[in-house]
Design a protein around this ligand. Sequence first.
Ligand SMILES: CC(C)(COP(=O)(O)OP(=O)(O)OC[C@H]1O[C@@H](n2cnc3c(N)ncnc32)[C@H](O)[C@@H]1OP(=O)(O)O)[C@@H](O)C(=O)NCCC(=O)NCCS
Length: 178
Amino acid sequence: MTSSLDDTSLDTPRLLLRRWHDTDLDGLAGINAQPEVMRYIHDGRTLSRAATAERLAAYRRHWDEHGFGLYAVQLKATGELTGFTGLAVPTFLPEIMPAVEIGWRLGRAHWGRGLATEAAQAVVRHSRTALGLRRLVSIHVVGNEASARVMVKLGMTLDRETVQPDTGRRVRVYAMDL
Ligand SMILES: CC(C)(COP(=O)(O)OP(=O)(O)OC[C@H]1O[C@@H](n2cnc3c(N)ncnc32)[C@H](O)[C@@H]1OP(=O)(O)O)[C@@H](O)C(=O)NCCC(=O)NCCS
């Protein structure tokens, strides 16, 4: 056990999934400033450091409110923050509520090595065994094939295609029973 592995952390061969630290702001702001990363997120625009700080605070409030949330995903080998994976309540898509969504975002340098899938598999296991959740959804903007592929690799299937009301973008909802 590492010193940062508390009872809400998850461990995979290459990754530590943990609660957020104040010092994660630099790393997360760097990721949210990358246009390729943000292309299929919300309205597709990059986020300022101040906007990222607000998101980080919201992720922490989500943990406090629900007892689960998005994890900071740290590379064990270097300690680097690669991005996040975890759970959120998708209030932005009222037609599928109530629901719990699994999601992911990694800095560009960390794509293409199976890290999102490795992290998400740990979250799925934890959702089933520790949280007792019965169903997970995942939502991607149409065209985000890498994210769709992670959903399929997790065992999710297409539930519906619809429009996200606050952005007007077409999204696909995947789902799996646990
Ligand atoms: C989505 C994301 C987290 C995937 O991370 P990752 O660690 O590269 O994912 P994995 O390596 O576990 O799996 C990606 C899969 O998509 C495939 N893929 C990648 N780009 C693809 C594309 N353009 N078209 C089709 N498949 C693609 C990969 O080949 C891989 O599948 P495989 O294992 O069968 O070969 C990463 O691309 C990302 O952070 N994107 C920006 C943020 C984002 O869009 N988040 C999701 C919002 S819904």
